[in-house]
Design a protein around this ligand. Sequence first.
Ligand SMILES: C[S@@+](CC[C@H](N)C(=O)[O-])C[C@H]1O[C@@H](n2cnc3c(N)ncnc32)[C@H](O)[C@@H]1O
Length: 386
Amino acid sequence: MKETRQEDSQAEREEIQALTSTLNSLLIYRQAAHHNLTIPRRKAFQKLSENHINLLRPYYEDHLNAIDAAIEINADVLAHIASIGSNEFMAPQERSEWKQANAFQVDQTRSSLKQIFRDWSADAASEREICYGRVLSELNCRYPSEQRSQTKVLIPGAGLGRLAFEIARAGFISQGNEFSYHMLILSNFILNHTTGPNEFTIYPFIHTFSSTAQQGNQIRPIRFPDICPSQEMAVMSGDFSYSQGSFTEVYGRDGNAPSASFEKWNVVATVFFIDTAHNVLDYLDTIYTILDDSEESCWINFGPLLYHFEEEQSRSTTVSGRQGLEDIDSALSIELSLDVLIQIIKDRGFEFLKLETGIKTTYATDERSMGTWIYDSVFWVVRKKQ
Ligand SMILES: C[S@@+](CC[C@H](N)C(=O)[O-])C[C@H]1O[C@@H](n2cnc3c(N)ncnc32)[C@H](O)[C@@H]1O
């Protein structure tokens, strides 16, 4: 009993640390961005020969000033989000008790700006249509509108919540699930604290200088949210919620429980998610367990197989000796090729209703960039074998 209480308070401490270091990573953005983007470039500029300085000055100085101004605007938005997040997620009042952010979290803050662009700007509507649009049309085709208010859809790895929100807007019972405090704090802000369309402006593309065709592209503003979720929620019929925590822990909580005791879902919809697993078989187990047995129930998936822990595992195994071997557990990564994964999904007890491969997709991508990463995504609909 005593040990359990100690474990609980240790887990609570770790949770508060994860929350406060994320909040700090939003607050430190201002300093980190000036430090990484404009300060070193101004220093490099001053080291150039006089000829080069004179040639470059008309194009470069104003551009760096514009980037500084954009950093300030991003930082103000992030500070506003952090202030709302610290109240809503009940962070300790005393900032000195907050854990410092690490470099990875600061990097996540930068990429969160791109996630806002992906999920909640008009500019990324075509990117969303390819992945979220496909999932939504599948759902809408499978479930006539009168059935939707009794149809429960779970969206693990919901990110900033646009797909989960759209599923609710279409009339379904929709629940997003996330474990990243960045995503939870930002989605909570956008979903519950924005008051009108295009209320905020950010500059998500300022962090990359390479592959810029026109200087203005890097410093172009993006407005969000393109539609105001709280206004929409006031008039929509669907039921929308978000759960916090790791998918397999929240939904597959007790591996020994009889499968009948798990909350059942009519649909599990995963987009750019299954490759986030250390072991994708754990995700398959949880999905199989929580998916309702009926023939209408299904798992809809869209995305690539860019296994998130592949590099980490490789890094830990290249270290020779004890340290490296111990690290393998936390960096464990099972990376299955698509053909093997498809076979395993069948072996695990699913049958394929739809399977489409090679769907060209981008992810939070600046379409004006001279270098973009294109995924050949896979889309499938499977159900439990009948
Ligand atoms: C590549 S992002 C995709 C987000 C969103 N589905 C989209 O398409 O934009 C993967 C998301 O899954 C979340 N995630 C990763 N592992 C998770 C887990 N075990 N439980 C819940 N969420 C997880 C990450 O925090 C991240 O937001």
